[in-house]
Design a protein around this ligand. Sequence first.
Ligand code: KG4
Ligand code: ZN
Length: 356
Amino acid sequence: MAKDYCVLGIESSCDETGVALVRVSGAALPELLAHALYSQIEMHQAYGGVVPELASRDHIRRVLPLTQEVLAASGQSLADVDVVAFTRGPGLAGALLVGAGVACALGAALNKPVLGVHHLEGHLLSPFLSADPPEFPFVALLVSGGHSQLMQVTGVGQYHILGETIDDAAGEAFDKSAKLLGLGYPGGPALSKLAELGNPAAFKLPRPLLHSGDLDFSFAGLKTAVMVQAKKCAAAHGGAVEALPQAVLADLAASTQAAIVEVLVKKSLTALQQTGLKRLVVAGGVGANRSLRTQLNAECAKRQVRVHYPELHLCTDNGAMIAMAAAMRLQAGQQTANKQYNFDVKPRWSLDAILS
Ligand code: KG4
Ligand code: ZN
């Protein structure tokens, strides 16, 4: 691989089509030249969740116009693309196939190598795109819609899992609780917005595994507790949960958020203590949560721990993190891009499988 090269990244694992171009110059941190994103949220909202077949079809519609947009915004042409990276998994099979198919077709047409990227590694490395990038080693709290993990990260591809969810992910807990409260999809942002108007101590909700002594999470019981409380309130008000006064819904939302955030903060602090590390990196969609950020910042400041986040708009799925993860892998010599265009995707793919 030449000293300087450009990596095009394509993300299509779920309900966002993302494309980005990064430039690698020697050993410096890769630079984001441009990125473009199309969110399908509006389309799926009518169904209360992601409809996989609709997602795949929409990725097909968006991916090439977004690629053209990225090239135009960065002042580059297809000839300037040296490597085409794509999300290989985990995610929705049909949606992944669109990104993989387009990436491999582009690679074949341009006679350029391609590289399949692990979606979670994209999230994990996304804080390196921020104005305040971290340095290795660090503890990572990776909290997305499908995964919740604490990791000890010593370098690119060197991830040691310290703990993870044994059932629902943190994002799933937000989404499912939001659905119960009639807040629609996507639940996390809606629930956290409403929570700002409520009292986090209004309802007593469980903090699963808070004192378990290990670094695993469990959020499945929380949604049941939220449902029980919401139904009690609805019965007291003589109506459905959705018809509860806004103030009660806000209290339920705030109490739910407080339970999730307290567990995430406590376990992150324990992971820092156990590893002796003084740096925390938060990544994944739930990393956009304001209450989580405020509490982590306060607790880490007390312990002289630096906390790093992705830029807010890069917390949820995007192409920049995929281009960045590919670029950092290539730079670290962890992987080589190749010209085999007979792609496959991995809808279920553990991060363990890519450890070096
Ligand atoms: O990382 P991501 O975009 O997709 C996956 O790889 O899963 O994360 C999406 C998740 C969803 O569960 C969404 O509700 C949650 O992140 N999320 C939030 C916030 N923004 C997104 N959860 C809490 N507060 C937010 N502000
Ligand atoms: Zn994601």
